[in-house]
Every structure is written in C-alpha cells, then in structure tokens.
Design a protein around this ligand. Sequence first.
Ligand code: TRP
Length: 443
Amino acid sequence: MNRETLTWVGKWTFILAAAGSAVGLGNIWGFPYKAGTNGGGAFVLIYLGCILIIGLPIMISEIMLGKRYRGSPVSTMKAAAMESNNSSSWQAIGWGGLIAGIVILSFYSVLAGICLNYIFISLGLEGEIDSLAKFQEVTSSPLQLLFWHSVFIVITAWIIAAGVISGIERMVKLLMPMLFILMIVMVINAFINGNFSQALNFLFTPDFSAVTANTFLSAMGQAFFSLSLGMGAIMCYGAYMSADQDIYESSGIVAGLDTLIAMLAGLAIFPIIFAYGVEPNSGPGLVFISLLSIFADLPLGNLVGGLFFLLLSIAALSSSISLLEPSVAYLSEKNILARPIASSLLSGVAWFIGLGSLLSFNVWSELTFIGSRNFLDSMDLLANQFLLPLGGLFVAIYAGWRLNPAIAKSELGGSDFLFKLWQFFIRFVSPVLVFAVFVFQFV
Ligand code: TRP
C-alpha cells in the first residue's frame, strides 16, 4: 500500500491512537507509585512542568517529522536529513528508536501479562486475602508469568499484523472511550468508598522539603515514558496523520489526555489507599498488592477489581502496539518482510528478551546485570534512562538546529508566534534540560 495516501480517517483517529500509545501502564501503574514514593504534590508539579516544557515541544517535533516524511522512524529521519542536507547519520535516531521499542516491549509485556492475570484473580476474590502472598505466588511461578506474557504479546502482534488502519484504528476507537469511562467509574468509586480529601491534599499540595535531585530525574523519565516520546512511536503514528491536521492542537490534546488519565488514576487509587491506612510509598507493588487487599474488602470489590485490571490491560495494549509498530513499519515499508511475518518475528524477539524479565521475578532474582539491578530493572534502566532521553535529546537537537526551519514552519503551519514559541523551547529549553538531567544521573 502507498503510505503517501494512507492516512487515518478523521482527526480523532490520530488523537485516539496517539493518546492510546501515551496512556498505559506508565499512567495507571507507574504514575501513582512514583508520585507515592516521591512524596506526592511536589513530584506531581515537577512532572506537569516536564510534560509542558520538555515533552510537548518534543512531541510536536516527532509528529511534524513523521507527518512530513511519512515513514518508519528510520526512513523518516533519513528523508529529513536528505531534504535539509544533513548527514545521513541522523537516521541513527530512528535505529535507536526501533531498538528501544523492542526492549521496552519485552518487559512491558511481562508487566501487562500480570495485569491480565489479575483480572481473573480479582474476579475470583472471596473475602479476606493475603495480597502480598498472592503477588509472590503469581510472580514466583515462571510458567504462570510465561503464559500471560505470551498471551499479551500474541494479541499485540496480531493487531499490528492486521495493519495500521484496520488494526490500530479499529482497536483504539473502541478501547479509548471504554478506558475513559472505566476510569471515571473508578474515580466515583474512590469518591464514595475512599478518603477523597486526603488524596487531593497528597496529590496537589506540594511539599518541597521532600524534593531531591532524584525527584527531577524520576519526574522527567516518567514524562518521557508516559508521553511515548524518544523512540519514534509518535513519529510513526504522525506518518499516518492527514495533511491538513493541526499539529499543535493534536499534540496539546494528546498530552492533555495523557495527563488527565494519570491524574484520574491518582484520584482512583489514593483515596482508597488512604481510607485503608495503607502507606502511599510502597513502590511498584502499589497497584498489585495494596489495591488487591482493598478490593477484597470493598462491597462488590471483585467486580471493581476485575474492572480495574481490565482497564489497565486495555491501556497497556493500546500502548504496546505503538512499541512494535515502528520496527514492523520499517521491515514492511522496505518490502523486506510482509507485515504479518515482520510482526510475528519482531514480537518473537521481544517475547524472548522478555523471558529474562520474567525470570528476574523468580529463578533469576539474585542475578544482576547492570550494576546491582536484576534483568527487568536493567532493561527498564537501559530504555528509560538511556535510550529514551537520548532519543528525545537528539530529536530536539535535530528539529531545532539541523532541520531547515522553513520546512518546520510550513509543516507546522499556525501563527508566527506559535512557531517562535516552539522554536525557542525546542532549541534552548528541552534539549538543555534533558541533557542536564541525563548527565546528572552519572554524578
Ligand atoms: N506511554 C506508554 C505508557 O505510559 C508506554 C509506551 C508506549 C512508550 N509507547 C512508548 C514509552 C514509546 C516510551 C516510548 O505506558
């Protein structure tokens, strides 16, 4: 099929697809536990700042490049470099993106698999449960993890094999509104059954005494991950955007929806956490351990719980497809492989690497890879602290300093003021801040 003419049907499809990519485990599982471990309000405020002054300008750049050159991240960067007479090595950004996508997908799928498993665990709840023991039981069984990891990755590969228009488009049109409604139901539930005012206070009253340099690092990493930036996923989706769609407006809506869902997730989770006297800083297990014992106690908790994990799995699925799409797009646009074959092969690679993350919960729990980190944490570090910030940094440098500004201007449209504003941020603010935070992690 000819990509030049292949575009999303209607403005909202691009927005839903990009928002579907952005909204995922990062928002509903990651954001609450990171806000919880980083002291609440101050982290939330810094996070919002990062979305606005680092994330948004980079998102605009990724969409702009994708929309103009309409290819996978590799060929988009190559075509951009050719048109602006830059070195063709800028396509390395695209390659980094393809690799980052597969690396993230490998552990994302293991975590999403646990969410799938928890749908059924929640539905089967009867009275009291030792939720810590349950989590340990689930994660100590390689076979159980393997089963759900495989189920999740097969669904992802199947949607991507079907192609962007028929696969992703149809999927997100159904999934995203469903997700939004489920989220509202969860917040109403928290309002009725939880301690809403304490949660509001925790999330929105900043206590700067708790802020350390690490708060910034964590907030920026979270902003990148949550907006799906730094690996060309959004660039790849931008390639299917119709020519007359406004990039500023779409980016604003996508970033806004992503932020809204993260906040709603906080408002769905923290009121119940506080009502049950659970500490908000219990870390990555927050959603799986703290919430499960609460669901066990709530009226109709098994249904609310099942619904919650269903929601989480749906959000994860609309994100995981955007992790696989760039590399499948690359192989199939070059006619190296047909889409279904490329999708099976690459998801197979991610599945295989994922085995390491899966084993790090049990058999390999003592094995360390990067520093004192187990396999899953090493992959997470590699992606979130290296590949994504570097990808984002180079996209910013490229779009701000190397791409012919006339091309950027004509692709972005809009007023001169908006263009100047974007240019200022993409040249002087985003790359400088990303660089500073990136370097800081080594000192
Ligand atoms: N943004 C998704 C989340 O919040 C994860 C994700 C999907 C992602 N595609 C990405 C992260 C690309 C980084 C890059 O869960």
